[in-house]
Design a binder for this molecule. Structure first.
Ligand SMILES: [Zn+2]
Length: 482
């Protein structure tokens, strides 16, 4: 059966394969919806007892031969959909997948935030259809934090209080361990480590270029990726004793993104700001509230306030559409720091599926066809990694903003790049008439920052998830230049 399918598809065009994938996804999503419906019935009628089980998860483990984790997920999806049939409809129509429903179910079954789930079910389901999965995970975490601020703060306090680290020497080798801490220091440490690893990679690229010149790509790097990570950690340790005592923190290691409402609330709550006759506004969509690092790690507003007072973070305030309106300085943005501000609006490259963090992206103009009339402010900008920036120009794609402020890439034929099964977004404005852009030529010459896929993965012991040709060029992003 499998071999016959592969034979059928072997010569298919990309469009045919996309259609086949969409059809397979539809069947899978519909089957997941049916399994949820059956589970809901077995669960509510306690029919698992007929098979000698005490719970529906035991029943699912037996019948589907799945793990306890998977059985638990199916159970939570069934309970969620049983209460919110609309979510089942979205799954059955393949607009969202089981993984997204599982995310919604984590919010639904949360002991305290779950009480507010019903209010936000429609909104969250819409997010599940629109957002990239990792952004949905952030949105759901954010919903839980906003709906249960004390719980979220408790978790962060717990991690901070339980923070620990150890450095042991075992048979002449180092054994290093650290866990816990607050989200801001966690992101700081992560950033320092990533930068140090990248600096080691640079040393290797340089050494190889000096030794082999134009032929550098044909030669392996002097160290493996794992070896560079270790050496980076060593440099961080040594750096702590060689840095001057009055050395300054580099500016800034962590960017904190806080929406205006949350920012004002926390200041008022701690009596740092007096606001007379505060109007009781209607309930705010928690998904438009943000209090997180620019890499998407949730930060409790109290912890953010502490960091602001300490002055170790750059403060950023965003409006309801995640547009940065204030960066902790007196003047309003929209000029000057526009490039940095634009990168803070999003967590990663604007091309769906690409995980390169926004802080290492180029900032492209959304309305580039109207460059002469278009403003150069950050409302009009769109971070893309180097590779996808080139790709966007080559394919003559353009960005378009939807009614919630999110940007989508549009092909020259007007179709939107979106997940299979998802509906088109609701656009913020009627479509303009973009004038065609000339095809851009880009240099095919590899730079010192490029290597081959084979070289990049030669020390990887994990089975490859990709079928990338060994000689394919891979772009290495220079973190220090970002
Ligand atoms: Zn990208």
């Amino acid at each position: 059966m499998f071999a016959a399918f592969v034979d059928d598809l072997a010569g298919a065009s990309t469009a045919d394969l996309d259609a086949a994938l969409a059809a397979a996804k539809r069947s899978r999503d519909e089957a997941d919806m049916r399994i949820a419906a059956i589970t809901a019935v077995v669960d509510s009628r306690q029919l698992f007892q007929d098979h000698g089980h005490r719970s529906v998860t035991g029943y699912l483990k037996q019948q589907l031969n799945c793990s306890a984790v998977e059985a638990g997920r199916i159970k939570s999806r069934a309970r969620l959909i049983n209460r919110h049939p609309d979510i089942g409809d979205a799954l059955g129509a393949s607009r969202i997948g089981a993984e997204a429903v599982t995310q919604l179910a984590t919010a639904h079954k949360h002991p305290r935030a779950g009480e507010r789930f019903d209010e936000f079910a429609t909104m969250l389901t819409d997010q599940a259809e629109r957002l990239e999965h990792s952004d949905l995970v952030i949105a759901v975490k954010h919903f839980v934090n906003q709906a249960d601020p004390d719980g979220a703060f408790g978790d962060q306090e717990f991690h901070d209080q339980q923070r620990t680290a150890s450095v042991r020497v075992d048979s002449g080798a180092i054994d290093l361990h650290a866990f816990g801490g607050d989200p801001i220091r966690a992101v700081e440490m992560h950033t320092v480590f990533e930068r140090a690893v990248q600096a080691e990679a640079h040393k290797d690229f340089e050494a190889r270029r000096i030794e082999h010149g134009d032929d550098a790509l044909a030669h392996p790097m002097p160290r493996t990726n794992d070896q560079r990570k270790f050496d980076a950690m060593y440099e961080i340790f040594i750096g702590s004793v060689t840095a001057p005592a009055d050395g300054k923190r580099p500016e800034p290691l962590v960017n904190l993104v806080v929406d205006a409402g949350t920012g004002v609330d926390v200041l008022v709550r701690h009596h740092l700001l007096d606001v007379d006759d505060r109007v009781e506004a209607e309930p705010v969509d928690p998904l438009t509230q943000r209090c997180q690092t620019s890499t998407g790690v949730s930060v409790h507003p109290d912890a953010a306030l502490k960091a602001m007072i300490r002055g170790s973070v750059r403060r950023v305030v965003v409006d309801a559409h995640n547009v940065v309106i204030d960066m902790g300085r007196k003047q309003r943005l929209f000029t000057g720091k526009a490039r940095e501000a634009a990168k803070l609006m999003v967590v990663r490259c604007g091309h769906r599926g690409c995980d390169i963090p926004a802080e290492f992206c180029d900032v492209d103009h959304l309305d580039e066809w109207a460059a002469d009339t278009g403003a150069t402010d950050q409302v009009n900008s769109f971070p893309l990694c180097n590779g996808h920036d080139i790709w966007k120009h080559r394919k003559r794609l353009r960005g378009r903003r939807d009614s919630s402020g999110r940007i989508h890439l549009i092909r020259p034929d007007g179709t939107v790049i979106k997940p299979l099964g998802a509906r088109d977004p609701v656009w913020a404005e009627p479509d303009g008439s973009p004038s065609p852009r000339p095809e851009l030529t880009t240099p095919d010459q590899p730079t010192a920052e490029q290597t081959t896929w084979a070289e990049l993965t030669k020390n990887s012991t994990a089975a490859s998830r990709h079928t990338i040709p060994a000689d394919a060029l891979v772009q290495i992003i220079d973190l220090r230049a970002a």
